[in-house]
Ligand binder design. Structure first.
Ligand code: NAD
Length: 407
């Protein structure tokens, strides 16, 4: 595991705002040098439970976050706000002004999920999904981080052969606010033969590429120091600039090994030999596709967290799954994707690596004890619901030694 960068301090600005938080990241030497309890660091967390299984899984993640934080001398204050269908029903819009304002003021945002059958027929401005897009835009999050790790305990959930899936541990970083999904001109028209056409524009500025590249190099540095940039530079001018700028930025990160791959090859390699990848960075449209492909290597949607971060201001942390209306309110949801999103919040949003590891260790221990929700259950394992799974993770975190007892 790479050490945390002392360079441009990107992760200090990727979510936490030191002026709003009582304490800064504590050097490891303090942790080991005293038996006095460390000075508490305080963070403000916005909770957006949302719809369907969202409230069930956020409730579990909040408890786990609080306990893991307390063991590291961290205090959280929470504001729970309306978002998605729940907000439409209560105040008539999917993202109330108060929700966005509070989210912007906080150190990090933890979201459950939004959406459901009830609002499927609504006009676009009144769809829960519109609120999510508004939230991402309002927070200015431009980098989406999606890890895909095949845990040994769940290797049989993958659709790939065990020998291919075993040991996969990669991170896809997708540019979220530029490229063909937003590029102008776009629209419909008529060509010179009088036929109807639809068109979009793939466009990236050097600024947009540079900032996502720096996030990617920093993340790679926190992992195994290997970054693969995926593009289509043999065909697309936007990709040619992408590759040029990524190469430029790499000079700021000489400790990270950079490679490039065309997107068609990357799609193939992810299935053929996914273990070759550590951190992948790519544009919006390629990232949309590759991050879904990578997440399915693990085969368990209820296990996959994500983070969306900006260069400053709070990050948004959420499971990749939706609101699962088919199992909502039945205590069947797997809360671990949201629990692991809370770990990402600590690591990438607040720079609290030790607390993040406590959560990840507790999840592994709980799986090692054989507890499984329905989506990841296999024979011989203990089938549990959302609440019980949460209790088991909490027990496991709670059994860890507080930081003041470590030495
Ligand atoms: P979904 O992810 O909600 O569910 C797909 C399948 O996976 C369902 O069978 C569901 O029961 C299962 N599943 C999902 N999460 C699970 C968990 N934690 N534990 C156990 N099983 C789980 O996707 P969908 O059915 O396509 O969408 C349902 C609603 O969610 C829609 O309204 C959609 O727009 C919305 N959605 C929201 C987000 C988000 O909030 N970011 C993302 C995707 C979909």
């Amino acid at each position: 595991m790479a050490s945390i960068s002392a360079k441009p301090q990107l992760f200090k600005t990727l979510g936490s705002n030191p002026s709003r938080s009582a304490g800064a990241r504590r050097p490891a030497s303090i942790r080991c040098s005293t038996s006095q309890p460390p000075r508490p660091r305080r963070y403000r967390i916005t909770l957006l439970p949302g719809d369907g299984i969202g409230p069930e899984v956020v409730s579990v993640a909040k408890d786990v976050l609080s306990i893991a934080g307390a063991l590291e001398g961290i205090e959280f204050s929470y504001s729970e706000l309306l978002m998605g269908g729940a907000a439409i029903d209560t105040v008539g819009v999917p993202l109330p002004e108060e929700t966005l304002a509070k989210a912007k003021e906080s150190d990090a945002v933890l979201l459950g999920a939004i959406g459901g059958y009830k609002w499927d027929g609504n006009a676009k401005p009144l769809k829960p999904e519109t609120g999510l897009l508004q939230l991402r835009a309002g927070l200015g999050v431009f980098a989406n981080l999606r890890p895909a790790s095949v845990l040994p305990q769940l290797v049989d959930s993958s659709t790939l052969k065990k020998e291919v899936a075993e040991g996969v541990d990669l991170m896809v970083i997708r540019e979220l606010t530029g490229g063909i999904y937003f590029g102008e001109p776009r629209g419909f028209g008529t060509n010179n033969k009088g036929e109807d056409i639809g068109f979009n524009t793939e466009i990236y500025s050097a600024f947009e590429i540079d900032r996502i590249s720096r996030v990617a190099f920093e993340v790679a540095r926190k992992r195994r120091c290997k970054l693969c940039s995926v593009d289509k530079a043999n065909v697309l001018e936007a990709s040619m600039l992408w590759r040029k700028r990524v190469n430029e930025i790499s000079s700021e990160f000489p400790d990270v090994q950079l490679s490039h791959m065309y997107v068609d090859n990357a799609a193939m390699q992810l299935i053929r030999d996914p273990r070759q990848f550590d951190t992948i960075v790519t544009n919006n449209i390629f990232g949309d596709i590759l991050s879904d492909e990578a997440s399915m290597l693990t085969g368990s949607i209820g296990m996959l967290p994500s983070a969306s971060v900006s260069g400053s201001g709070p990050g948004l942390f959420e499971p990749i799954h939706g609101s699962a209306p088919d199992i909502a309110g039945q205590d069947k949801a797997n809360p671990l994707a949201t629990v692991l999103s809370a770990a990402m919040l600590l690591r990438y949003g607040l720079g609290e690596e030790n607390a993040a590891r406590r959560i990840e260790d507790a999840v592994i221990e709980t799986l090692n004890k054989g507890f499984r929700t329905g989506d990841i259950h296999s024979s011989g394992m203990v089938l549990v619901g959302c609440k019980r799974m949460g209790e088991e993770v909490l027990k496991s975190v709670d059994s860890q030694k507080p930081v003041s007892a470590l030495g």
